[in-house]
Design a protein around this ligand. Structure first.
Ligand code: SAM
Length: 263
């Protein structure tokens, strides 16, 4: 992408932040985590450990920061970074209302400026996971993690990108773009539901990148919509998301013994 995706995405999220307040309030108030666009219950996905006592955790692209809130509730010392001041304003208000002690940073998750090896756990749910070029933010996450640290991220499944028409209309069962070379999708000027610049890779592209950086893959999960959901969400018909993997979750680890030559 030649255009400055960071500035584009910041402006998109600043303008859209008001539309995410209600969801943020609901999710901050939720006793148990639910994940992704389809609200899949914790237990089947388990993105965050049940006990995070005294762990240093970072959320990369936190939005309204309910994931950070859940980690703080489980005992973590949480840092949350986001590029959008308006999203952070909601996040700060909700953290105060819920008595959560979270360090918020306005900045780019691809270059946080934080110290090397300062976190045990990093997470992104539709944050850096889709809005940042994978090679950039994954290398930054690697740098931030201590040996033995974990990175978990959830975002769109590559199949969803393939089946999404280039004009932004709801996805269907045709292949609308090549799989080979998958890198990003620019939704800024599409006819339906314009947004920002997103990134994704083929499955082997993700695996190659993890190997190149040095991450070990601990688990890979493909997410489907729960049977109970009938309405379209984020331009995905519920029936599609019940039949095809709509989201993916990668669970990665920075090994205790980092191999020579890793980034
Ligand atoms: C959908 S929200 C993710 C948060 C939340 N988990 C959710 O699903 O609502 C996406 C967030 O990523 C942030 N974001 C996009 N690009 C970013 C970047 N380069 N660095 C940090 N945050 C970024 C946006 O500002 C937005 O708040």
């Amino acid at each position: 992408m030649n255009r400055d995706h960071v500035a584009i995405n910041r402006d998109v999220w600043d303008a859209d932040a008001k539309n995410w307040v209600a969801a943020g309030e609901r999710l901050w108030a939720s006793e148990n985590p639910v994940w992704g666009n389809w609200g899949v219950a914790d237990g089947s996905l388990d993105l965050i450990p049940s006990d995070m006592t005294d762990k240093d955790a970072i959320e990369l692209g936190c939005g309204t920061a309910y994931v950070s809130g859940w980690m703080a509730r489980r005992g973590a010392h949480v840092t949350a970074i986001d590029v959008s001041p308006n999203q952070l304003a909601t996040a700060r208000r909700l953290a105060t209302e819920h008595g959560a002690d979270i360090t918020f940073i306005e900045g780019n998750a691809e270059a946080t400026g934080l110290a090397d090896a300062s976190f045990d756990f990093a997470i992104s749910e539709y944050g850096a996971a889709i809005w940042c070029p994978p090679d950039k933010w994954l290398r930054e996450a690697w740098r931030l993690l201590r040996p033995g640290g974990k990175l978990v991220f959830l975002g769109n499944h590559p199949l969803l990108i393939l089946c999404s028409p280039t004009n932004g209309a709801p996805c269907d069962t045709a292949l609308h773009r090549p799989y080979i070379g998958m890198w990003g999708a620019d939704w800024t000027e599409v006819e339906f539901d314009p947004s920002g610049v997103c990134f994704n890779l083929t499955i082997s592209g993700w695996m190659d990148l993890f190997r190149d950086i040095g991450f070990t893959v601990v688990n890979y999960q493909e997410v489907f919509a729960p049977e109970s959901i009938t309405e379209m969400r984020a331009c995905v018909p519920a029936d599609w998301a019940k039949k095809y993997p709509v989201e993916q979750v990668w669970h990665l680890e920075k090994p205790e013994q980092v191999r020579v030559g890793s980034t």
